[in-house]
Write a protein that binds this ligand. Sequence first.
Ligand SMILES: [Fe+2]
Length: 130
Amino acid sequence: MVLVGVEIKETEVSDEDFEEMKGFVRDYLAASVESEDDGGRMRWYPWHSASYRFNHILNVVDLATEIAEAEGADVDVVRVAAVFHDVAKLEAEQDVHAEAGARVTREYLQSRGNYPESFIEEVCGAVVDH
Ligand SMILES: [Fe+2]
């Protein structure tokens, strides 16, 4: 195992934890659409489908992670914020979906794992501001 150059970070989000977050967001989006009587607020528009939104999120995760690595930002904060940024997109109106998403994110992070409050604050701040 090569440890040279590896920084010990305060918060470590394992790949397993991150995959679980992806699954949560995917299911949350699907449930947001299913819970509507008519099959979804804007079901005829592909960009409002759960699969379209989840695919967009995965693209943002990839790009944001790449940028965070290149810029020396906290990759865990950035990738977790990226995966949650549109979690409430299909259940909330556009002008409040970022705040709603931050609430979902906070609830998730506070109820699982052992994430420090400072980490949760950073992630939720990024979700609110996106
Ligand atoms: Fe958004």
